[in-house]
Design a protein around this ligand. Sequence first.
Ligand code: FAD
Ligand code: FES
Length: 258
Amino acid sequence: MTTIMNSFKPHEKRIARKIKETTDIFTIEIDMESNSYPGQFYELSILGIGEAPISAASSSSEKLKFTIRSIGHVTSKIFEQDVIGVRGPYGNYWPFKEYDRILAIAGGIGIPPIRALIHELEGKKDLWVIYGARTPSDLVYKYEFDQWRNKANLILTVDRGDESWNGKVGLVTKYIPEIPDLKNMAAFLIGPPIMMENSVKDLLKYGLQPENIFLSLERRMECGFGVCGHCNVGHFYVCEDGPIFRYSEVSNLPELFL
Ligand SMILES: Cc1cc2nc3c(=O)[nH]c(=O)nc-3n(C[C@H](O)[C@H](O)[C@H](O)COP(=O)(O)OP(=O)(O)OC[C@H]3O[C@@H](n4cnc5c(N)ncnc54)[C@H](O)[C@@H]3O)c2cc1C
Ligand code: FES
C-alpha cells in the first residue's frame, strides 16, 4: 500500500459522517479513500490544538474511518469538527497476507484495527476474533456484529455483565482455549498492556510459536515517521518499526508491557 500523504503537512479533510458509539467513544468517516492496511495509523489534527495518532478503523477498500476515545486535548474536540487535518498512513500493518488462520484478540479501544482486518479479509481466511470490553455499554460497533459474524468467528466478552447482557463474561484470556487447533495459528493482539501480557503467556502455554504472535504497541508520538525520537521502545521506533511487532523480536525488552 503506498503512502500518499507521508509528510509533516496535514491535509484538510471533511468529516462526512459521525457515529456516537459509547459515552466517550465516537467514530468518524472522512471524505477520502482509506489508502491504508489494517494496523496502520494516521496523525489527525485540529488547527491550533494539536495532533493525535489514530489507527485506521477501515479496510483498504472503504472510506477512511477512525474510532476515537475522547481523553484529552485533541481527541475530545474531534467530534465537534467539520474539517480536520489528516496525514498518513504511517507504520506497518498486521501480516494478514502471510497466514491463513488468524486469532485476533482486542481489548477496549484496541478494536478499530481489528474491525479494519475483519473487513479487509471479508471472510476469505479462517479468522477468529475475541473482543473484550469492560461492560456491555463499552462495546463499540454493536450495529456491525451480525455482519462480522459472516466474515469471522466472533467471541464477545465483557468483564461485568448487566441485565441487558446474555453473552459471555470474563477476560479475553478465558476464551482462548475455545479456539480450535490454536498452535497452528498466528495471533494479533491489541489492547491494554496487561491484556496483551496475559494473552501472550496463555498463547505460549497453548503452543503458539513466539514468531507467530504479533503485538500492536502504543507510545506517545509526535512526528509519526521516525524523526523526532519520541516513541521508542528499546531500540525500535513504534511509529516506523511498528506499531506492530513480532513477539519474538521484542520479548526481551523490559518496557514491553508498560
Ligand atoms: C499507533 C497508535 C494508534 C492509536 N490508535 C487509536 C485509536 O484508534 N483510537 C483511540 O482512541 N486512540 C488511539 N491511540 C491513542 C491516541 O493517540 C491518544 O489517546 C491521543 O494521542 C490522545 O491525545 P489527546 O491530545 O486527546 O490527549 P492528551 O491531552 O495529549 O492526553 C490525555 C491523557 O492521555 C494520556 N495519553 C495520551 N496519549 C497516550 C498514549 N499514546 N499512551 C498512553 N497515554 C496517553 C496523556 O498522558 C494524558 O494523561 C493510538 C495511539 C497510537 C500510538
Ligand atoms: S513519533 Fe517521532 S520518531 Fe516516532
